[in-house]
Design a binder for this molecule. Structure first.
Ligand code: BES
Ligand code: ZN
Length: 635
């Protein structure tokens, strides 16, 4: 029960006890019910935070932390500045998860200990930290230590890095892991400026999602984030990290042995930034750098402002996987500038970003590549919709009650969201749609938005001027109905039509795979070819392809993954050693969750469990938890 409901219930009991209820008063028992349901209907209130951000809001964080590799711990002091939205507010409620709170003080100029309480550890949400605020206090100062098992943090031994000599650590705070790194109001609805002083062993470098310290590697670094951002965008990494510039304002951080290859692979990043700024207004964050992480990084990329965190599996040697860079860069507008108010509106973040990503790809690499990427995404979305047993999870505007905010990040948010914008683009034309999207970012910059806000903006700016182009019923079908609307645009790729024809004719004949001319195929064409093979293809036919093209050992992680999934489903055993090798080397969720699931579905649970037992210590805690869920083993 929430606070309002509790208060109303108390009032109801009081009224009943006093026998004061009069005929024209509202029935308090009904009031209790409607208030409880109203809480979940309030689509602006994030249910995945304990924070009392309606009455007190954190506006700035000053963090000081020692990075203790031996203890896998941040030994830290967080000073939070807050603002009383409700002048009478007498406590500040923060999110924490697994933090060892050492002391809590309040003050402004001078600090003094205050009383506080730390609630029980709730699943996913962590523990509520309620701090009593004396009148006049404007800051709290909390000394704490993170847990070696903090969900946000991965601590890598030297052997798990590419240089093998020095340890490495990094954070991944989205969606609700910031609270395991620092006591904060961990909701996308609250933004704060922040600064940090980070101490590491003297030969390691710390980097953050902020104005970075470009001084010498001396173990003492200061950072400043002058734009207010939600806590999920706070990010830290420390290790043997080198830097190579790509332009005056764009560069790559990576372990020394990786930095040259990364700089070559991502050399189009400055161009991408120019294109996005041209379409959607100035880039507002100063520098844009990339940090290449060790292969255990659980995502393709993470849009930490000013410093996107990237998986090294994008370094394919041919720029075929740079869509992820376009994607994380695009978040500088959608997500980081205009943020979803709750995770149930994740599509506003990921769907808009996926659309912008594709516009960048089209401008840099041409419309054929953009169309191929659209077609690959749409095929993946269709597969996901057909497998989703809960239709309400195929709506763009998701129910407020989710098991975990991470459940909001499916192809629905990404691809259905992207295709909704493409639908609007087609109906209104780019002449109207591009300025519309730019205005959405400008009007809502540094704010949190809901699906209803987007709908209202759309009606006001596009529908009103051109009511014929799309009906409100069509728009609402996109936003609130499950599945894929009939109005879904169909990507057209002549290159893919050819691939489909080649594949189908090879499948129908007994022709030797080596006769297929693949010399000019791009990675996207290979993916189309492999994904379109039937799951029940005979292992011997997969063997023919493997003999001709050595797909089992592809250097392109996307191709290797697509092939290995097919191999598992078709029971092509020669690929299994490569699957095991991949799963022990790479921790990227997009690859490893489906591979473990495919092994399990194929009745190879024992193999999956054996590989996981060997690989798990190398995974980020997020990936450890997810794989344990898939295989139903103890985490
Ligand atoms: N913000 C996401 C990563 C994320 C989502 C982290 C949900 C935690 C919870 C990032 O922008 C992203 O979408 N990454 C994708 C790549 C993209 C090209 C689809 C990924 O990791 O694969
Ligand atoms: Zn994203």
């Amino acid at each position: 029960m929430n606070v309002n409901a509790a208060a109303l219930l108390a009032l109801a009991l009081l009224l009943v006890a006093c026998g004061k209820k009069e005929a024209d008063e509202p029935d308090p028992s009904q009031a209790v019910e409607s208030s409880a349901s109203r809480a979940l209907e309030d689509r602006r209130r994030d249910p995945f935070t304990y924070a009392n951000y309606d009455s007190v809001r954190v506006t700035d964080l000053a963090l000081e932390a020692n990075v203790l590799f031996n203890e896998k711990t941040l030994d830290a002091v967080a000073t939070l500045t807050f603002e009383r939205v409700d002048p009478a507010a007498s406590s500040l409620v923060l999110d924490t998860n697994d933090l060892d709170i050492r002391s809590v003080e309040t003050g402004g100029e001078i600090f003094a200990p205050t009383t506080y309480s730390l609630g029980p550890d709730g699943p996913a949400l962590g523990s509520k930290l309620s701090i009593d605020l004396p009148a006049g206090a404007t800051k709290v100062r909390i000394a704490y230590r993170t847990s070696p098992d903090a969900e946000a943090l991965q601590w890598l031994a030297p052997e798990q890095t590419s240089g093998k000599k020095r340890p490495f650590m990094y954070s991944q705070n989205q969606s609700i892991n910031a609270r395991s790194m620092a006591p904060v109001q961990d909701t996308p609805a609250v933004r704060m400026t922040w600064s940090a002083v980070i101490r590491t062993p003297t030969d390691l470098r710390a980097v953050m999602s902020a104005e970075n310290d470009t001084g010498p590697t001396d173990g003492d670094y200061t950072f400043r984030m002058p734009q207010p951002v939600p806590a999920y965008l706070l990010a830290l990494a420390a290790g043997d990290i080198a830097f190579e510039p790509l332009s005056e304002t764009v560069g790559v951080y990576a372990e020394p042995s990786m930095v040259a290859a990364a700089a070559a692979e991502f050399s189009d990043t400055p161009t991408m930034e120019k294109i996005a700024s041209g379409l959607y207004g100035p880039y507002r964050w100063g520098r844009y750098d990339l940090l290449i992480l060790p292969p255990s990084f659980p995502f393709g990329g993470m849009e930490n402002p000013r410093l996107s965190f990237m998986t090294p599996t994008l370094i394919a040697g041919d720029k075929s996987l740079t869509g992820v860079v376009a994607h994380e860069l695009a978040h500088s507008w959608s997500g980081n500038l205009v943020t979803n108010a709750t995770w149930s509106d994740a599509w506003l973040n990921e769907g808009v970003t996926s659309y912008v990503e594709n516009r960048i790809m089209e401008a840099v690499y041409g419309s054929e590549r953009a169309a191929m990427e659209q077609a690959l995404s749409l095929a993946s979305l269709k597969e996901e919709i057909s497998e989703q047993k809960k239709p309400e999870l195929t709506q763009l505007r998701l129910p407020m009650a989710l098991d975990h905010p991470d459940d909001a990040f499916s192809d629905i948010a990404y691809v259905k969201g992207e295709f909704f914008l493409r639908f609007l683009e087609q109906r209104y034309g780019r002449e109207a749609f591009d300025p519309f999207l730019k205005a959405w970012f400008e009007t809502n910059a540094f704010k949190a938005a809901t699906t209803d806000d987007f709908r209202a903006f759309l009606v006001d700016r596009l529908v009103a001027a051109n009511p014929e182009a799309a009906s409100l019923a069509e728009i609402d079908e996109w936003l609130t109905a499950p599945g894929l609307p009939a109005s879904t645009p169909v990507p057209k790729s002549a290159a893919f039509d050819k691939i489909d024809a080649v594949r189908d004719s090879w499948l129908k004949s007994a022709a030797d795979a080596a006769t297929i001319d693949t010399s000019a195929w791009t990675a996207q064409e290979w993916l189309r070819f492999i994904n379109g093979l039937p799951d029940d293809i005979s292992p011997s036919r997969l063997g023919e392809l493997d003999l001709a093209f050595d797909l089992t050992n592809s250097r392109n992680a996307e191709i290797a993954f697509a092939w290995q999934i097919k191999a598992i489903r078709a029971g092509y055993a020669p690929a299994l050693p490569a699957v095991e090798n991949f799963l022990t080397r790479v921790g990227r969720g997009k690859f490893i969750y489906p591979l473990y699931r495919a092994l399990k579905d194929k009745g190879e649970l024992a193999i999956a469990e054996r590989i996981f037992a060997k690989a798990r210590a190398g995974y980020h805690p997020i990936a450890q938890r997810r794989v344990a869920e898939i295989l139903q083993v103890q985490n």
